[in-house]
Ligand binder design. Structure first.
Ligand code: CP
Ligand code: NVA
Length: 313
């Protein structure tokens, strides 16, 4: 199958792609990783292309891995801080998008409001790639799928237990990926943080067609039983500082610690990072033998090289 028809499109949400396209992108990421380790440090498919990296929020992994990914593909990355552009003084998102796309061949953007990504995409002629919004984080999930494939040898049929904040942006993208790929996903979260209904219903229904399963429980032990992957993310996402106290109280029983991991002794432990050690995960788990978080973080680079090489014209 060719990914050629994705060229020039935006990468905003995994819902926009078929299971087969997602699988092919994962394969391409694995292939680019293999070639990198075989000594091909540069594959100049972005030669002559300039890619803007527009960030409204802090970032370590996404910012640096996209920058290095563009460089390794022979392109020119420009880091653009939202605050330091005229955006920070009130120039509108549509006007900014129109101007940026006269200079740039692609815009990688991390924003608070997901709607801003959609508006950027609407007004930019250059493809827009989601680098996290309050709603989703699909670039993260491409690296996660690569990691799951590397560690378990498959995607379909893998059981992922997500423990923690049911309203999490990373979870939203993971849920869609699981449904598209026929994976089995069990989300353990308190009733007060129940996942986005529309997305959950979409994922449950789609999983029914792909041979997967998406379910929600309040019981972390039930979720991790039989899991191949135990996944968590921070309890308080960027921009939710006002809700920190409430969320910490609600999620107190949803920490991934060694006693929870004992219920799935063969599972790998994943976290998109940054981790708040002692909060959503204890140090003995994240530093323990089941943890694959550093490989997962590395795969951001290879997965994003796949995304850039496919979507940028
Ligand atoms: N996982 C992730 O997106 O990390 P950063 O916030 O450091 O980019
Ligand atoms: N849910 C987290 C993910 C960070 C990569 C946040 O949005 O802050």
């Amino acid at each position: 199958m060719s990914l050629y028809n994705l060229r020039g499109r935006d990468f905003l949400c995994l819902k926009d792609f078929t299971g087969e396209e997602i699988r092919e992108l994962v394969k391409l990421g694995l292939e680019l990783k293999r070639r990198y380790y075989a000594g091909e440090r540069t594959i100049p498919v972005l030669a002559g292309r300039s890619i803007g990296l527009l960030f409204q929020k802090p970032s370590t992994r996404t910012r640096i891995s996209f920058d290095v990914a563009v460089y390794q593909l022979g392109g020119h990355p420009l880091y653009l801080s939202w605050r330091e552009l005229q955006l920070g003084r009130g120039e509108t998102v549509p006007d900014t998008a129109r101007v940026l796309s006269r200079y740039l061949d692609g815009i990688v953007a991390r924003v608070y409001a997901h709607r801003d990504l959609e508006v950027l995409a609407e007004y930019s002629d250059a493809p827009v790639i989601n680098a996290l919004s309050d709603f989703s984080h699909p670039a993260q999930i491409m690296a996660d799928l690569m990691t799951i494939y590397e560690k378990t040898g498959r995607l379909s049929g893998v059981k992922i237990a997500f423990i923690g904040d049911g309203t999490d942006n990373v979870l939203n993208s993971l849920m869609v990926a699981a449904a598209k790929l026929g994976m089995n996903m069990s989300i353990a979260t308190p009733r007060e943080l129940y996942p986005n209904r529309e997305l959950l219903e979409y994922s449950m229904e789609l999983a029914g067609e792909t041979g997967g399963l998406v379910e929600v429980t309040e019981d972390p032990i039930e979720a991790v039983r039989g899991a191949n992957v135990v996944y968590t993310d921070v309890w308080v996402s960027m921009g939710q500082e006002d809700e920190a106290e409430r969320k910490r109280k609600l999620l107190e029983g949803y920490r991934v610690d060694s006693s929870l991991m004992q219920h799935s002794p063969r599972a790998i432990f994943m976290h998109c990072l940054p981790a708040h050690r002692g909060e959503e995960v204890t140090s003995d788990v994240i530093d323990g033998p089941q943890s694959v978080v550093w490989d997962q973080a590395e795969n951001r680079l290879h997965a994003q090289k796949a995304i850039l090489s496919v979507f940028i014209r």
